[in-house]
Design a protein around this ligand. Structure first.
Ligand code: FAD
Length: 458
């Protein structure tokens, strides 16, 4: 190995594999610690690096009209190992990128093993890294081993690390029908106008409520996987369909209670129930449905939620779910270089930072690897602009999202600063998406030049 001190990467999944590759390609030696096969998880089956634990899809590959496709584009442009190996082992899947998982993982492993600046050590890191590891990337994923999770929690505080995500569906603001919904906080509470109008309310009459409950009770649900429920999740985050099964009025006295609200579209009519949505990002482009975590299957979820008045044409930035997932309260804990504020030698990447999905996790690995390598070489590399897919994600998790309600996030156009010139509507949406991706590609190319210059200057 070279005279430059190594970066230690903990976890050889999507994020850790990409981070190790990027740092090594920038000329910095890496020691990659992966606990499998010595210690396993309930979801991984192999000892391969970058194992895909469930579906074999990297989702849409459309880099002109889709935010995930754009993220693919940015990772390819950035010399991403995970994307290169996914492309090399792609399976026919229409507009999506499906991957032949075992050859893909074997190829990522072989590339990392063959890199002259990378050493792979097998075994669990079961405590905080020793003090002489001066640059560490923790990429241990949603199933971080309990011992390491506890150690990280000890560094932060009780509420800093979560073991289950309870995700309420998130809706694009511009798809909400404001002729039915209205802005108002319960009892008009709040010091400022913004606080008094912090919620969007969707009213239901009795017939609509009863039909909604019937649909909820009949909807298909996803099951927990074996081993997934070894940590209790039921405090304060019951799925709505479970609440409905406990009694037809449970939701009306819970997240759908109609009190303290007056519908300006029909002031004389008291709603029988009200669904509330709350702003989910600082830009105000995304709203989450308050208290609506659910295990309904995605198809059923879309159908049932579109029964809510005002959400008939809702476009979902992400659907709800409840899963085993270890993740940090990143908006509070991490700076924009993905460093733990309380201990900056520790940087985080992947799903543990509160992004969700193979592609998003690998993308955060790419960023962490490049930023850590630049730092090792005496340079400061800022994250990409927020107009790019990677930049918008990193901005969301490290500050754009509300820390109090933070839940994992997929990349989506709702995270991007709006384009002023292009207006709404279905036709407008396609134009807008193309506008986002054109702007992102130009800005990401600029950032890559900066990133490469920062490595070359040393
Ligand atoms: C059951 C399940 C199903 C999922 N299905 C999908 C899906 O279909 N599609 C999708 O996009 N995403 C899915 N995800 C999310 C998926 O895990 C992430 O998208 C992606 O794998 C996260 O990448 P990562 O690198 O952050 O974590 P991982 O890929 O999980 O990698 C983390 C690595 O760290 C290792 N590790 C953990 N603790 C330690 C330690 N203390 N010391 C050393 N090594 C350690 C693990 O063995 C693992 O190899 C699923 C997650 C789970 C749990």
């Amino acid at each position: 190995m070279s005279a430059i001190e190594p970066i230690h990467v903990i976890g050889g999944g999507m994020a850790g594999s990409e981070a190790a590759w990027q740092a090594a390609e920038a000329g910095v030696p890496v020691i990659l610690h992966e606990m499998r096969p010595v210690t396993g998880t309930f979801a991984h089956r192999t000892d391969g690096l970058a194992e895909m634990v469930c579906s074999n899809s990297f989702r849409s590959d459309d880099d002109e009209n889709n935010a995930v496709g754009l993220l693919h584009w940015e990772m390819r442009a950035g010399g991403g190992l995970v994307m290169a190996m996914a492309d090399a082992h792609a399976l026919p899947a229409g507009g999506a990128l499906a991957v032949d998982r075992d050859p893909f993982s074997a190829a990522v492993t072989a590339k990392l093993e063959a890199h002259p600046l990378i050493r792979i050590e097998r075994g669990e890191i079961a405590a905080l890294p020793p003090a002489d590891w001066s640059s560490v990337i923790v990429a241990t994923g949603p199933l971080t081993s309990p011992a390491l999770a506890e150690a990280i929690r000890g560094l932060t505080d009780e509420r800093a690390l979560t073991f289950f995500d309870a995700i309420a569906p998130i809706v694009h603001f511009d798809s909400i029908d404001l002729s039915k919904a209205w802005f108002q906080s319960r009892y008009d509470k709040g010091e400022t106008e913004a606080e008094r109008t912090a919620y969007l309310n969707c009213p239901m009459d009795r017939d609509q409520y009863e039909a909604f409950i019937d649909a909820l009770l009949a909807a298909d649900r996803a099951e927990f996987r074996e081993g997934e429920t070894d940590t209790p999740y039921f405090d304060g985050c019951l799925p709505i369909e479970v609440m409905a099964a406990r009694g037809r009025d449970t939701l009306r006295f819970g997240p759908m209670k109609p009190v303290g609200l007056t519908n300006p579209h029909a002031p004389e009519k008291k709603p029988y129930a009200v669904v509330q949505l709350r702003r989910d990002n600082a830009l105000g482009t995304l709203f989450n449905i308050v208290g609506f975590q659910t295990k309904m299957k995605y198809g059923a979820q879309t159908e049932v939620l579109r029964m809510i008045p005002g959400l008939g044409n809702a476009a979902f930035a992400r659907l709800g779910g409840i899963h085993r997932n270890t993740f940090l309260n990143s908006p509070r804990l991490l700076d924009d270089r993905l460093r733990l504020r309380a201990e900056p030698r520790l940087r985080f990447a992947g799903q543990i930072t509160g992004v969700e999905g193979y592609v998003e996790s690998a993308a955060m690995g790419l960023l962490a690897g490049r930023i850590a390598a630049a730092e090792r070489l005496g340079r400061d590399l800022p994250p990409p602009p927020e107009t790019t897919a990677m930049g918008s994600l990193v901005r969301h998790i490290t500050g754009g999202a509300d820390a109090k309600t933070f839940q994992p996030m997929n990349v989506n156009f709702g995270l991007f600063p709006p384009l002023d010139a292009v207006r709404g509507g279905r036709r407008g949406r396609r134009e807008r998406y193309k506008g986002y991706t054109d702007r992102a590609k130009a800005d990401f190319t600029g950032w890559l030049a900066l990133s490469t210059a920062s490595a070359a200057a040393v």
